[in-house]
Design a protein around this ligand. Structure first.
Ligand code: FAD
Length: 460
């Protein structure tokens, strides 16, 4: 080992110091540490980030760079194809060890295993860790060794597996490298919108970074857990954790969320215990999305259920798609959701289901159009959860809602936003002449959707 040869920690979707096995292992290796974040928008098959995600990433990297800097470690920023840039940096630093936490998309896995093989052949030590999921996707299988396609038995199998490991504490000290490494300036990546700057609503709604992820978890467990089971479907209430973008970027680990929730559950009232179990089940859905993605890597672009390839989507109605995107369909709950999304980069889960059903069934627009729009506009846009949930609503996915379950947006609004509070928050002109008439007839379009679905049934 060369004197003072550094270890490289490659940060990807784990922008945190707490419970970061790669960082902890690098620290325990006794080598000085250099950290890198690489903006890779060129490796084949790696999906470029959407606009809202780019905004989030900018803030999150600023926070990570500051907290690593406080411990004396430099966060180096580079841009390019990982397969070129990581080995180049290893060589430039003379690094003898590289550490990272795993990713689960097929293209990313291919990139990572190529880099690992190349570096190892050069005598560099490379170690990867489980950090983003509670259960590694390949460890949970059915009795016959295949992946699960239904959530309930999947989650049962997870819960009867060895429990998730305890989270690792944030390192109190780290040793940085004595040399300063050339780095891009974050601003030059232009992750934040400028002309126009549409991110004002995002700034108001969110504070990216690890500290705020921990604060949200704390607030959720102390203030919201007891009501979670009853109120999580009510979009006007702030009844859910708001953790999804923080989990998406790995600013908090699911192990930390699991452990803290479990701790509260132990001494809790029965309402809190019910809330905790329900909340952990939601984390289970996140696990399931990755489990399905691992087995079906093109989840965001191909029907998981191939019989859906026979679905007779009509030619794309661009006008209807634009009305949906801009929240002017004349269906109040749909417009409220789409405007919330545009303003804040997020939308309540119940409303996500309603707008997705409306797009795919009442407008007969292919779920992939909706998936793409969400990918670009959601701060929590996630390669597993987005494709999975779109397909779940469309009926083409794993454990999906049957296609013939067409949400009636008016009934959904009555049930989950009975006083119209959520609608008024997002559609101030609702109920006035300025609000548009519905662009479709809900009953007629429902019938047309069911007729189209008959084609899939015949093909199945
Ligand atoms: P909470 O109720 O506090 O739940 C806790 C955590 O559980 C969430 O942070 C999330 O990580 C996980 N979770 C909850 N519900 C789901 C679910 N249905 N699928 C997967 N994980 C879940 N979630 C994303 O994280 N990224 C996406 O790109 C995404 N796209 C979606 C698209 C559609 C069409 C639909 C219907 C849902 C989508 N979801 C997505 C799932 C869900 O809407 C969000 O995870 C949830 O609204 C986040 O709010 P929260 O953190 O307050 O959730």
């Amino acid at each position: 080992m060369a004197v003072n040869a550094p270890a490289l920690v490659w940060f990807r979707e784990d922008l945190r110091l707490d419970d970061n096995p790669a960082l902890t292992a690098a620290s325990e290796s006794g080598r000085p540490i250099v950290a890198i974040y690489l903006l890779d928008d060129v490796s084949p098959g790696v999906r470029p980030l959407g606009g809202a995600a780019r905004w989030w990433l900018h803030q999150s990297l600023t926070a990570l760079s500051r907290s690593l800097g406080d411990l004396g470690v430099q966060l180096v920023l580079r841009r390019g194809a990982a397969g070129d840039e990581i080995p180049r940096l290893v060589q430039e630093l003379g690094a003898e060890a590289v550490f990272w936490n795993r990713r689960y998309g097929a293209a990313e896995r291919q990139v990572d295993s190529g880099i690992k093989a190349g570096l190892r052949a050069d005598g560099v030590e490379v170690t990867s860790f489980a950090a983003a999921l509670l259960f590694e996707p390949w460890t949970i299988t059915t009795g016959s060794g295949t992946p699960y396609s239904v959530f309930t038995p999947f989650w049962r199998a997870c819960l009867s597996s060895p429990p998730p490991r305890a989270p690792l504490d944030e390192p109190e000290t780290l040793t940085g490298w004595e040399r300063n490494v050339a780095t891009d300036l974050l601003e030059t990546w232009e992750l934040e919108p400028t002309r126009p700057d549409w991110a004002g609503g995002l700034r108001e709604a969110w504070q990216p970074g690890e500290a705020s992820a921990h604060r949200l978890l704390n607030e959720f467990l102390t203030e919201k857990l007891a009501a979670y089971d009853d109120e999580r479907d009510l979009p006007a209430q702030s009844a859910t954790s708001g953790l999804s973008p923080h989990l998406r970027w790995g600013e908090i680990s699911p192990h930390r969320v699991w452990a803290e929730t479990d701790l509260v559950r132990r001494g809790a009232s029965s309402r809190e215990a019910a809330g905790a179990s329900r909340f952990l089940t939601e984390l289970g859905w996140r696990e399931f999305c990755y489990h399905v993605l691992f087995a079906a890597p093109d989840l965001a672009t191909s029907n998981w259920r191939s019989s859906f390839d026979a679905f007779p989507w009509p030619p794309l109605n661009e006008e209807a798609l634009a009305a949906w995107q801009q929240g002017r369909t004349g269906i109040p709950i749909v417009d409220a959701g789409m405007r919330e999304l545009w303003r804040t980069g997020a939308m309540h889960n119940r409303v996500r289901m309603v707008v997705a059903s409306f797009l795919t069934k009442n407008l007969l627009i292919d779920w992939r159009e909706g998936e793409r729009w969400f990918w670009d506009t959601l701060v929590d846009a996630d390669s597993a959860a987005n494709g999975f949930n779109w397909q779940w609503v469309a009926g083409s996915g794993a454990d999906a809602a049957p296609y013939f379950r067409v949400f009636n947006p008016e009934l959904q609004a009555k049930k989950f936003d009975p006083h119209g509070e959520y609608i008024r928050q997002n559609v101030p002109e609702w109920g006035t002449d300025a609000y548009p008439e519905p662009i479709v007839d809900l009953a007629e379009t429902r019938k047309a959707a069911l007729a189209a679905y008959d084609r899939v049934k015949r093909a199945a």
